[in-house]
Design a protein around this ligand. Structure first.
Ligand SMILES: C[S@@+](CC[C@H](N)C(=O)[O-])C[C@H]1O[C@@H](n2cnc3c(N)ncnc32)[C@H](O)[C@@H]1O
Length: 432
């Protein structure tokens, strides 16, 4: 698939860009963030960029349903670029787009590519037939299942019914969650959103984020309701020295800075720190930004450290539907080792009486509960402060023996939440 063009059109540029993203995920095992980071959407207008991302994410979310819907019409599989065009087309139709517009756009896109032009008749015929189907036919297709490499460990950890409930939430377009810089109730009212019990503001069908009121003025930032809880558990106070150890792009840094704490935001990635700086500029919040490896950072004496460690990100699949297609779990072992090293290093940077909040956006106990169990074994006197997890809106049933476990199927009727694990650790006299 060639790079997208920018001229105003009938959604052609956005759809071509979406196809490029889908092709990279399904054929190149590249996450959308990686393809976008490499400049895939740079030549598009902001609305087309948002549309391309939305289309690619929806297509990857519904891929198994699209394949089922297409199967009766395909005697043999066409090349991947054509298959992905059919998948994208059928998902748009499933989600209520006018079939003739989708068919015309896809036929045009096929006719522009050397490898695809001979398939434009097939694309035309198949999408027209699918466009004639009643929308209920798509709604009855089975809920997409997670791939076996991930489903197996999740069923072992949480049980089959819980995983099915997570898959049902992951099959839906997630709402947009915002964290307010000021009063969340006022923000919810201004944007017509719902104020969640934990203080996040939830919007359904929000559209292009940067076009929402208050974005330019930095009155809020996008942050999943579950992700927002880690900084709440840390409960930073004005004047405290706080280290955000893996900080970029800065959702939690902004929460910490908004408390009046003296925040240092550390991250290995200069590119991601660029986004953190933009976020601080937009919101007018202040933090000291440091680029570096957390394991080599040796400035000690912090009152509190937030360690939002690099992880499998398996808790974020409802927002990042590319992950199950682009990943296979091969690198998770190395991440689990890195998380343990980071916990040990962070404990050594706390001042006596300090606290470490460790969190990951993972559904795998190896990146959450097991990390805490093993840290307690490695560090004599280390305390697991479960009382710190009792924050407004956090349901008692979410708190386990090792920490706060959040899952996509919690608040399912409200649109779910990302999977997260959060724990608050306090070194004893013999540790730290
Ligand atoms: C889960 S993300 C952090 C999200 C961030 N806390 C937020 O709320 O916006 C993990 C971060 O760890 C960073 N990272 C990975 N390895 C690192 C290391 N050795 N030292 C510091 N940061 C690292 C990545 O660049 C990434 O930005």
């Amino acid at each position: 698939m060639t790079q997208p063009r920018t001229a105003p059109d009938d959604g052609i540029a956005a759809r071509r860009a979406a196809l490029h993203l889908v092709e990279q995920a399904t054929g190149g095992q590249r996450l959308l963030s990686e393809t976008i980071g490499a400049g895939a959407l740079e030549r598009l207008s902001p609305p087309d960029r948002a549309r391309a991302q939305r289309l690619a994410t929806a297509t990857l979310r519904q891929l198994p349903r699209a394949d089922r819907a297409l199967k009766p019409y395909l005697a043999k599989q066409p090349p991947l670029a054509v298959r992905n065009a059919l998948r994208l087309g059928v998902v748009e139709i499933m989600e209520g787009a006018a079939p003739h517009g989708v068919v015309n756009a896809m036929v045009q896109i096929m006719s522009r590519g050397k490898r695809t032009q001979s398939y434009k008749g097939l694309v035309n015929a198949v999408l027209r037939k699918l466009g004639d189907q009643p929308p209920e036919a798509f709604a009855k297709l089975p809920v997409p299942k997670l791939p076996n490499w991930l489903r197996g460990p999740l069923v072992a950890a949480w049980g089959r019914r819980a995983v099915e409930a997570m898959e049902a939430v992951q099959a839906e377009t997630p709402p947009l969650d915002l964290t307010a810089k000021g009063d969340p109730a006022a923000l919810a009212e201004a944007l017509g959103g719902a104020l969640l019990p934990t203080g996040a503001v939830r919007l359904h069908d929000a559209g292009q984020v940067s076009a929402l009121p208050g974005f330019e003025a930095g009155e809020w930032w996008v942050q999943d309701a579950a992700a927002a809880l880690a900084a709440r558990v840390l409960d930073a106070r004005p004047g405290e020295r706080v280290l955000d150890m893996c900080a970029a792009p800065g959702g939690k840094t902004m929460q910490l800075a908004a408390t009046g704490a003296e925040v240092t935001a550390l991250d290995l990635s200069e590119t991601r720190l660029g986004r953190l700086r933009e976020n601080l500029d937009r919101t007018g919040l202040v933090a000291r930004v440091v680029q570096g490896d957390a394991l080599e950072f040796d400035e000690a004496g912090y009152d509190a450290i937030l360690l939002d460690a690099p992880c499998s990100a398996t808790g974020t699949i409802r927002r990042h539907s590319d992950l199950p297609h682009a990943k296979d779990g091969a690198e998770f072992g190395a991440l689990i080792e890195l998380q343990a090293e980071m916990i040990d290093h962070a404990l050594g940077l706390l001042k006596p009486g300090g606290r470490l909040v460790f969190c990951t956006c993972s559904l795998l106990p190896d990146e959450g509960e097991v990390q805490v169990e093993e840290a307690l074994e490695r560090h004599a006197g280390l305390q697991n402060d479960l009382a710190a997890l009792e924050r407004p809106g956090i349901e008692p049933g979410w708190i386990g023996a090792e920490g706060l476990r959040l899952r996509p199927d919690y608040w399912a009727e409200r649109g779910g939440m990302d999977g997260f694990f959060i724990a608050c650790l306090r070194p004893g006299a013999r540790d730290g």
